[in-house]
Design a protein around this ligand. Structure first.
Ligand SMILES: [Zn+2]
Length: 226
């Protein structure tokens, strides 16, 4: 399901095991936030074509983290075109050294060939795509290199697998997960100013997303007894 969030931002809600994908069109940049498993790339292509884009013309893919349900779709995208790839350095460095273990491909029986991440992200980075600026916040907990991003001046927060709607939050039982770090990341998010949250799974938080962040922070604190 394809949902227009603002003039330049579209939210594609996941098909089954896939992550959600956000599409941003600005000037000569056609950007994806996360790439899904790659099992449904032809559906993604159909959605993009309705917006005058396609998998061939994607210029940038910014990954919220490197789990297989977010990163597997890189393979068909690299076959179709030549997008620039972005990922937090904590997860990009192993991948660039050929270590794909943090992607959980093996765990889920997916053979993910090695590839290179072009841009290693850090806390405070601002990705400047003409009219759209993405500010990076390092929010570990679901994984060591999980990030969220603020689309500046829009009130939109891309929350990855850190914050989900309805008091939910990302699981911490995969390698590099940490309940302490997740609770701290949710606390940080609950103190930010934003109206709309676009998560890596489940539905968009279209109104009062900050309220949602506060309840996820509270739930996580209780759940992990912190
Ligand atoms: Zn994940």
């Amino acid at each position: 399901m394809l949902d227009q969030i603002s003039e330049q931002v579209y939210f594609i809600v996941s098909r089954s095991f896939d992550s959600n994908i956000t599409f941003i069109k600005t000037g000569d940049h056609e950007i994806l936030i996360d790439a899904g498993t790659g099992l449904y790339t032809s559906n993604l292509d159909e959605d993009l074509q309705t917006l005058g884009s396609s998998i061939q013309s994607i210029t940038d893919v910014v990954l919220t983290h490197s789990h297989i349900d977010h990163i597997g779709g890189i393979i068909p995208l690299l076959e179709a075109g030549s997008p620039k790839l972005y990922l937090h350095e904590a997860e990009a460095e192993p991948i660039n050294q050929g270590d794909m273990s943090q992607t959980l491909g093996d765990t889920f029986g997916v053979d993910l060939p090695p590839f290179k991440i072009d841009v290693l992200l850090n806390e405070g980075d601002v990705l400047d795509f003409n009219k759209v600026k993405l500010r990076v916040f390092h929010t570990p907990g679901h994984s060591a290199g999980s990030i969220i991003m603020e689309i500046e001046d829009t009130g939109i927060l891309l929350t990855g697998d850190t914050l989900f709607p309805g008091g939910s939050f990302g699981r911490v039982d995969f390698p590099t997960g940490s309940p302490e770090k997740l609770v701290d990341s949710l606390r940080r998010i609950s103190e930010m100013q934003f109206e709309i949250g676009l998560p890596g799974h489940m539905n968009a938080m279209k109104y009062n997303a900050r309220q949602s962040a506060m309840s996820s922070y509270k739930m996580a604190k209780q759940w992990f007894k912190m």
